[in-house]
Design a protein. Structure first.
Length: 484
């Protein structure tokens, strides 16, 4: 049987994609009302729930000579104070200072010799607020399971929910030796294929089902191949990147996006991609880049996690290549183009094909997987990542303080200077924009263009498009886009 603590092929690919410039951690900036809790109190609150997420006390152990994927092992030197950190903003403690701090924190790679996560308590935010910055390596968690972990570590009511203590005090398991790691990997390589063969024999008892699944898989692989062979066009967002990041956000209202899709058609995700395409087109034209007939490509991760897998760590994602028609200046035409393209992509089975490739990666030799991951990062298969993660539609609390907003961050791949993550939370739909520090030094201008693109769609949707917008945004004329 396969080692349950061994990384999957997809999880380990995020380790291979990482280098000195591209850091493969997902992150977020959450803002809370009220005074910050005492640091020691927060540390104890996190400590009391770590038994619910045991991976957070484990680190990676690498197989000698690259003969197997890494495994998770208990960290005998686990120190929660190293992972839960404490800092404060300089005056005046506004959003500009918070964004700058988030950019610095998100620029720092996680130490692979320790559990791959950090939590930063940030004091000094104006208007009696504080923030929490979180970082978790993509090898440990994807967006969907990350949401589930947040609901474990946070509370759904102002009164902290009592957490049943573990039956016994946590004691780390002994670390495996290099010889044991190598022996286990080689043994697994010879025994797991036998389990696969038995599974194949069982499925052959239902030939019709197998034929249908094989047909879907082959069709999906073909769609993935055709989409991947078409290189993404050159853009100002595809340049060599460094290790430093800028981070900003745009607030959105989920009901407003629903009103726009109800008035103009499509899905909420179609409206999101349309707004992103509009913002990118505006930004490119303002910087002298021609956009007539240009269609950028976004890599859109799609969760293939079953309901029974919610809360499990590791990655269960596939990918689709979504066109972003930045050359279409009319927002309705742009939405129709995105809607039509996304319907075609779903029918083509790209996500099915990506899931098949993800499964196959689990059986590829680790050295081949490492080279394949690096090769994919160097190819211009997409211009940027746009990921939309559904979050909890109820307020979350930390030690009785309500989380008022959360802004997600997606890691930047090599030669990709911009990433956009979207997350819904308690009626909000917020955009987190991460950019290479040097390549996009005016990422706030792009954030302004995104606000303008959303307002433009809302205006074309009619009165209902603005009916759900936050009062702060409705009061601001569409032509005025203040930098936040």
């Amino acid at each position: 049987m396969a080692n349950a603590d061994r990384l999957t092929g997809l999880d380990s690919s995020f380790l291979h994609l990482e280098n000195d410039s591209a850091h493969m951690h997902v992150a977020s900036c959450a803002v809370f009302n009220g005074s910050a809790p005492p640091y020691e109190e927060l540390v104890e609150a996190v400590r009391s729930r770590l038994h619910l997420v045991p991976r957070y006390r484990q680190r990676l152990a690498f197989v000698p000579l690259g003969q197997g994927r890494p495994v998770w092992v208990d960290d005998p030197h686990f120190n929660i104070s190293y992972h839960v950190r404490h800092t404060a903003l300089p005056r005046p403690g506004g959003e500009r200072q918070l964004k700058r701090l988030a950019g610095r924190v998100f620029s720092q790679a996680l130490d692979r010799s320790r559990p791959l996560w950090e939590l930063w308590l940030v004091e000094g935010l104006s208007d009696e607020r504080f923030a929490l910055l979180t970082k978790t390596h993509h090898a440990l968690v994807d967006g969907i399971s990350g949401v589930d972990i947040a609901t474990v570590l946070f509370d759904a009511a102002p009164e902290p929910m009592p957490v049943a203590p573990p039956e016994e005090e946590w004691l780390p398991r002994p670390l495996p030796s290099s010889t044991q790691l190598l022996a286990d990997a080689l043994l697994e390589r010879t025994t797991v294929p036998a389990e696969i063969a038995r599974g194949v024999k069982a499925t052959l008892r239902g030939p019709r089902q197998v034929a249908t699944r094989v047909g879907e898989a082959l069709g999906g692989l073909g769609a993935m191949t055709r989409a991947g062979l078409n290189a993404a066009p050159p853009s100002p967002f595809n340049v060599r990147i460094g290790p430093h990041r800028r981070f900003t956000w745009v607030r959105g209202d989920l009901d407003q996006f629903k009103a726009i899709k109800n008035a103009l058609g499509g899905s909420v995700n179609d409206v999101v991609l349309t707004a992103v395409a509009g913002a990118l087109g505006r930004y490119m034209r303002s910087h002298g880049h021609a956009t007539d007939g240009v269609e950028l490509k976004a890599m859109v991760p799609v969760s293939v996690r079953a309901d029974v897998e919610r809360g499990a760590l590791g990655n269960r994602v596939a990918a689709m290549w979504a066109p972003l028609p930045v050359g279409l200046t009319d927002p309705v035409q742009r939405l129709l183009a995105v809607r039509s393209a996304m319907e075609g992509i779903k029918e083509s089975g790209q996500a099915v094909g990506a899931q098949v490739l993800t499964g196959l990666s689990g059986f590829a030799p680790p050295t081949i997987m490492a080279q394949a991951a690096r090769l994919q990062a160097r190819q211009r298969m997409f211009n940027l990542v746009v990921t939309n993660v559904p979050g909890p539609q109820f307020p979350l609390y930390v030690l009785g303080r309500e989380m008022t907003a959360i802004y997600p961050m997606v890691p930047l791949a090599e030669n990709t200077a911009l990433g956009i993550a979207i997350m819904s939370y308690n009626g909000q739909l917020n955009f987190g924009l991460v950019a290479d520090y040097d390549a996009l030094d005016d990422v706030e201008a792009l954030a302004d263009e995104l606000r303008a693109a959303i307002e433009e769609l809302a205006a074309r949707a009619g009165p209902q498009g603005f009916a759900s917008a936050p009062a702060r945004d409705r009061a601001r004329p569409p032509a005025v886009r203040a930098t936040e």
